[in-house]
Design a protein around this ligand. Structure first.
Ligand SMILES: *Cc1c(COP(=O)(O)O)cnc(C)c1O
Length: 226
């Protein structure tokens, strides 16, 4: 079965990247992004041992959640419209795309318990991408402190879509140094200990630069649909 081989290959590359960077494998959580495939495939991923699943659309998120439920830990990784928050809030464990005050307000209002959030950062200032610019991140996080249902556990970014490592690596380095800065502020609502960075084409670089959550779609599940 292809997915099993994909997963073994991913584990091996993670190990190797950890060795190069002198990191502990346990620090890294693989989130399988299942947006390209149906719920049967998503379920198979969980059966193959990857318990964290990510989706980027509310309807797909709900469809998969209903098929798999609490056997998985649930991540929302895509742009989240405020009006969709109510559809996913009681099912989601991690939101990777907090990027504006109005979204924070809606999450805080709808949540019945603390939600683990990553603040999304558009490090390279790409017009095609969402996320705050680096210089906006600290004031944004400081302003979240009255939202009792939001816990900023880390920062998230997407590197430019390219094979040029020289364009990718500095983005991850910048996010890491910003994350440490926020962490060192010791804000009770923003422990900011995590880095969600690295996708199929760049996760080994992300691990070398400190990623603790990597979001892998095509390299694990293939690209069956879309
Ligand atoms: C689709 C997606 C991924 C996974 O992408 P791959 O390149 O297929 O690994 C990761 N993060 C986000 C935010 C995504 O939308």
């Amino acid at each position: 079965m292809i997915m099993k081989e994909n997963i073994l290959a991913v584990h091996k590359k993670i190990e190797e990247a950890c060795q190069r960077a002198n990191r502990n494998r346990e620090e890294i959580t693989v989130v399988a992004v299942t947006k390209y495939v149906d719920e049967l495939r998503a379920k198979a991923v969980v059966d193959l041992g990857i318990k964290h699943l990510g989706e980027n659309r509310d309807n797909q998120f709900i469809q998969k959640y209903e098929a798999i439920g609490e056997r998985a830990t649930w991540h929302f990784v895509g742009t989240l419209q405020s009006r969709k928050v109510k559809n996913i809030i009681d099912k989601v464990d991690y939101i990777h795309s907090l990027d504006r005050q109005s979204l924070a307000k809606e999450i805080n209002k709808r949540a019945t318990k603390k939600v683990k959030c990553f603040v999304q950062v558009n490090v390279a200032k790409e017009t095609s991408k969402h996320g705050l610019f680096v210089e906006e991140v600290i004031p944004f996080i400081e302003n979240l402190q009255s939202y009792e249902n939001i816990e900023v556990i880390g920062l998230m970014t997407m590197a430019p879509h390219t094979n040029d490592e020289n364009l990718i690596r500095p983005v991850f380095k910048t996010l890491k140094s910003l994350q440490e800065k926020v962490k060192n502020m010791h804000l009770p609502h923003a422990p900011c200990e995590h880095l969600s960075m690295g996708m199929s084409n760049d996760y080994t670089i992300a691990i070398e630069e400190g990623a603790t959550f990597i979001r892998l779609g095509s390299t694990i599940v293939g690209t069956n649909i879309e």
